[in-house]
Design a protein around this ligand. Sequence first.
Ligand code: ATP
Length: 594
Amino acid sequence: MRSERAEEKETINHSEIFASCSFSSLGLHPTICNELRERMGYEAPTQVQAQAIPVVLSGRHVLVNAATGTGKTVAYLAPIIHHLQSCSPKIERAHGTFALILVPTRELCTQVYEILQKLLHRFHWIVPGHVMGGENRSKEKARLRKGISILVATPGRLLDHLKNTSSFVHTNLRWIIFDEADRILELGFGKEIEEILDLLGSRLIESVGKGNEVSSISKTQRQNLLLSATLNEKVNHLAKISLQNPIMIGLDDKKMQPDPLLEHAESVESDTDDELEHPRKITNSSTGDYKLPVQLVQKYVKVPCGSRLAVLLSILKHLFEKQYSQKIVVFFSTCDAVDFHYSLVSEFHSSPNSASEVEVTEMFLRCKTFRLHGNMKQEDRRNTFQAFKTEKLALLLSTDVAARGLDFPKVRCIIQYDSPGEATEYVHRVGRTARLGEKGDSWIFLQPVEMDYIEDLKKHGVSLTEYPIIKVLDSFPLYGQMHRIKKFVSLESHPWLVSLQKALESFISAQPMMNKLAQKAFISWVRAYTAHRGELKRIFMVQKLHLGHVAKSFALKQQPSLVGKSFQKQQSYKRKRDQRQKGQSKRRKINGKT
Ligand SMILES: Nc1ncnc2c1ncn2[C@@H]1O[C@H](COP(=O)(O)OP(=O)(O)OP(=O)(O)O)[C@@H](O)[C@H]1O
């Protein structure tokens, strides 16, 4: 039975997430309201939808900064559909594209497209479509030739079609939406976006005339929307070149500073008829503009390097055994690390519970396991994405390819096994849980030498408490007996961990394929560790690491010098290759990592 307190908390959460009005009171067409209620199961708008829908309906440019999982997608889709369905005469495929939605990843492209399909069910003359990297170009060309009214696209592939698909009609384009704008820019698509804005005649130009006003070379009926859960200088720049006199949603006064280029920007919380006293600009992310769900419980797990793997598996085992229904996402820094851990979790069946090594009975983790990263075939990525969505009890091992915008229902827990680097990445990773007022936990693994990262997150308003890992380890019986806490002095010497580590190392050394995967993962992990930039380089210093302990975290028995040698070989190969490929775009580098 739920306690009164729990119920009270739930109600508070409900009113923090949902608005007290109805979709129809926001001005949406009754059929759209019905679809939202009946097809999507939405009873009431979320707060961000209640704020954004009337503004988007009004035709103003908008910048939305709202926490992850607060319903931003419908906040822009519903008003666009409202306008398009009311066009008289009815719009036709031959009229081409009216709305363009730019998203950073293929998975997000599919996700937005699927929501769009549902919402358009009763409006068969409005045609949804998508174009994205990895898909068949000629099939996309054929679909564009027939006409797509609302197009969801990743930037690179869209640019490709804008340049090479002459039958792509966009003369009637009215909306450009940047969903997950921060991620689009972080992935290095800034140039592509500017080129897209130029090609579509939608880039704003700064006039040197009076008051540094921004003027537009776009057609007057254009309306651009920019949505982002985090804000930084790059997003600020995109806002400046794409939004004209925008309405700001979700930005409070503390986060805005005078900026002549956003002179007419207005906040939706203020009376929109009043001019602002001071022109504003979005502040730099280093001063803390992150929106996190209030109910999200954030912890860190302090683990020495050599015990990382055993602790990760112990936590996962604990979580899957304690909770009847549970979905967990674990983030890694590289594709190789995902592949290694995926194979390990899928095959490791030794149990430190057994008194004898022969007595191997069951899988260590009993859950369905999936993996997702940028080196997988598009079809496999799609299948994983769909399958994990529908599972009730499952584990997803992923790179940051899953960090942004993906909406997997009922993910209860996020584990950042490899640290995310930029605090924005932290926010997006944890944003895969605690969506729309639901409960969610997040844990980040940090080594004792990395503890300054907590201070870095604090600067952005993110504060974490320590997760008592020893309690979890103590809960596992070893050889049928509970161990006594006081007998060991450090985490590494905990009998459960010692025994599990031994079992893992034997397992890996007995299987040449697994050993190879572990070595590969080790090399790319160290490489990714050295790639931290700026301030973070001070916290995540490869020099502070003991490579032997790192090897242990991949269950490798080899001496560090052995593993180190192959790493050095790789490094010298990489150096030579990098020299050859000088000038390669930053975007491709980042893609390779995820
Ligand atoms: N009004 C609503 N009522 C109930 N559920 C809703 C409502 N609006 C959205 N949702 C659900 O909430 C979840 C989050 O929505 P959405 O993915 O649009 O959030 P988001 O703000 O774009 O998140 P992110 O920043 O992570 O991309 C989805 O599962 C969606 O179906």
